[in-house]
Design a protein around this ligand. Structure first.
Ligand SMILES: CC(=O)SCCNC(=O)CCNC(=O)[C@H](O)C(C)(C)COP(=O)(O)OP(=O)(O)OC[C@H]1O[C@@H](n2cnc3c(N)ncnc32)[C@H](O)[C@@H]1OP(=O)(O)O
Length: 408
């Protein structure tokens, strides 16, 4: 990173590589998060070198923002270099002085310069990141399944098999997760698995891992644990929580859910995070066996290099639209883009645009999770040609709702 870029709005922002400064930056994040529990790890061991940013007030670290070099699967299946942003925090003594603004400005410019044309994060609050050009690109919800009423539509065992792999850990999970390539998938940084191992070593309650294979090839896994085991023996609502379920194909999805729902003893199965269009409820004769939780935002996405990001995804079939994009924080993205079935390119800035959008609302549409007509209905976009809105919806249309499926 160019040191000249590191000064923004009077706050000094720098990449910290020296171990004690990395620890100090991480401690700032922990302090800012007030109540979040953290694992038993040294932040130096679970960070990627050269990516932890710190904001300084003199010698003191007062703000932090980290990221990981990963990949995002975009519509059409391309895997785009991506910054997975995390550990953003500012000391309570230094809030509302522009510290995080300086960190975001530096971080996003660095990502764009490194060829990471998109960044995503999980937001602690909904009011923070829109001003930095992030928009909500995917949503998720939880589910609770009553094993007593969950009778499968498809009554026979699937073509694959499930094996117990409780001691398999990362060696088993990582190669399967690496092949997850749904719209919105985020690849997992090596250090996240390290963090997972360090946390797992501390878990008090039992945790189980099962792996699904088809024709001898692993194609899915589920991790789960029992809740409230103190009352487990006499409880009439013995519950397991599925911490993660990765299924690379529908057979693995069905096979893993069948395994979980047929566990003896278990009355209820909960899962915290499902894609909005996960077929889970349709597996059962009575869909009410599944109680879906409220919809929540998952990936907040930022296009750091709009031209590169738009060119990376594919588009549906509709006549092209000229789209003007405004980006206050990274003005190099300001411009007009021609989006068509054959792809997206930047055109002359004075080309008349049918629709004008902020970079954050564009981010919300990028993976197909937010429809253009809804932005128009909400008055969030300027529409010079109303017919262009329906064309944009056909162009940005996706087969599957976006879903990252990983928290970082
Ligand atoms: C990916 C993740 O790590 S998510 C975790 C994010 N971190 C946290 O939630 C920890 C607790 N909060 C914090 O540490 C800080 O309050 C932060 C990081 C959210 C904001 O940092 P600050 O340095 O205070 O923000 P900064 O002064 O740059 O504010 C920029 C603008 O955002 C606004 N803003 C800042 N925080 C919030 C918020 N939580 N909600 C709404 N608006 C906010 C400010 O009012 C300001 O608006 P303005 O430009 O109109 O004046």
């Amino acid at each position: 990173m160019n040191p000249g870029e590191l000064r923004a709005r009077g706050t000094d922002v720098a990449v910290v590589t020296e171990p004690d400064l990395v620890r100090e930056a991480y401690a700032v994040f922990k302090r800012a998060m007030v109540g979040l529990e953290f694992g038993p790890f040294d932040p130096v061991d679970v960070s990627e070198p050269g990516r932890f940013l710190a904001a300084f007030d003199g010698e003191q670290v007062v703000g932090s923002a980290n990221s990981y070099a990963t990949q995002l699967t975009v519509p059409g299946g391309a895997r785009v270099p991506h910054a997975a942003v995390s550990q953003v925090g500012v000391l309570p003594t230094h809030r509302r002085r522009g510290v995080v603004t300086a960190l975001m400005r530096t971080q996003l410019a660095a990502a764009a310069a490194a060829g990471e044309s998109v960044a995503t994060l999980r937001a602690s609050e909904g009011g923070i990141y829109g001003r930095f050009g992030y928009g909500i690109a995917s949503h998720v919800r939880s589910a609770r399944i009553d094993t007593r009423t969950a009778r499968f539509v498809d009554d026979g065992p699937g073509p694959g098999s499930v094996r117990l792999a409780d001691d398999g850990g990362v060696a088993v999970m990582a190669p399967i997760a690496a092949r997850a390539a749904q719209n919105g998938a985020v690849s997992r940084a090596h250090v996240w698995w390290r963090k997972w191992e360090l946390r797992a070593a501390e878990y008090k309650s039992p945790s189980y891992l099962v792996v699904h294979s088809t024709d001898g090839v692993d194609d899915g896994y589920a991790m789960y644990r029992p809740l409230d085991t103190a009352g487990w023996f006499t409880s009439d609502d013995k519950t397991i929580e599925v911490n993660e379920l990765v299924a690379l194909n529908p057979g693995a999805h069905r096979g893993l859910w069948r395994h979980l729902l047929e566990l003896d003893l278990v009355d209820t199965v909960t899962v915290g995070t499902l894609a909005l269009d996960d077929p889970l409820p349709l597996l059962f004769v009575d869909e009410r066996a599944v109680t879906l939780g409220p919809v929540r935002d998952e990936s907040w996405l930022r296009l750091t290099d709009v031209a590169a990001a738009l060119a990376a995804r594919t588009y549906g079939d509709a006549a092209p639209v000229h789209l003007a994009v405004h980006d206050r924080l990274l003005p190099q993205n300001d411009g007009v883009y021609r989006i068509g079935a054959d792809g997206a390119v930047r055109v002359a800035a004075d080309t008349p645009a049918a629709v004008t959008v902020s970079v954050s609302d564009l981010a919300a549409t990028y993976l197909g999770g937010t429809r253009w007509w809804r932005l128009a209905a909400a008055g969030r976009i300027d529409v010079a040609d109303p017919a262009a809105v329906a064309r944009l919806d056909r162009l940005f249309r996706v087969d599957r709702e976006p879903y990252a499926g990983v928290f970082f």
